[in-house]
Design a protein around this ligand. Sequence first.
Ligand code: SAM
Length: 282
Amino acid sequence: MTNAKQTTTNEAEHTAPVEAWDAIAALYDEHVAPGESDLAIAGLRLAGLRAGETFLDVAAGTGGLSLPAARFGATVLATDWAPKMIEHFNARAGAEGLDAVGRVMDCHALDIADDTYDLTGSQFGVMLVPDQAQALREMVRVTKPGGRVLLIAYGNPDEFEALHFFIGAVQAVVPEFEGPEDEPLLEFQVAVPDVLRQRLIDAGLKEVTVDTSNQERIEVRTGQQLWDWCLGGNPIPGMLVADLTDEQRADIIRVLDGMVREHSADGPAVLTAPLNIGVGTK
Ligand SMILES: C[S@@+](CC[C@H](N)C(=O)[O-])C[C@H]1O[C@@H](n2cnc3c(N)ncnc32)[C@H](O)[C@@H]1O
């Protein structure tokens, strides 16, 4: 496995280390991955997954994309550099009796032979890594000639409602809080559809399409649920609030609660985020 330090660029200071992903794996499994199934299915449909095909998930987390693919009838290998993410994935796949296994692997250097998979995908994973060009080349390398590569990534951060609720609630309690630093987060490096299209082409793919018609929909009923989603989905929000007191955290959750209530009618509040779903053929 490639050491993360060997693969980093000068953008690496904005990257969470593997230990930080391990630390949120349980929260991710409980509060984030289960809500991703609709968008995962939308991506798998756009990539034309068929039952009986082989599917490789890169930076798979606890299985937000792999579990729907396996339920659909694909034979799945889920890879992630964080061992705890893979533990949760294997537990879920085993409990459902799916044809799916997880293995710890860094996406910048996949321990997989060339031309192996019918479909290789990554949902919110290769989207955020420091050497994305290398990770995309790896995804293409391990895909069969004529096979497809799928990348699901966030679109325009200005329209990412949960992120703005979170920052707004923290600022209501800690007015001097500035949010993420001035430099754009790696999470949004392919937020512009044409940038994603070009990166897929540069990685060696043909017939590249980028769909922008789908959204992530986060359903929450309480401020606590939104807090758990934010802190469980990515280590960065937790790092931003690491120095706050318990009282400040409780106040932020109360503010979030008010925001969620204002945003809901009868059912849960639905917060959306735009998506770019890129597909190309090797
Ligand atoms: C936001 S989560 C997405 C997880 C999953 N694909 C999903 O859709 O639920 C990002 C994942 O990328 C993984 N990751 C980050 N850097 C990685 C790397 N260099 N190699 C492999 N996985 C990585 C993290 O451990 C985490 O599980």
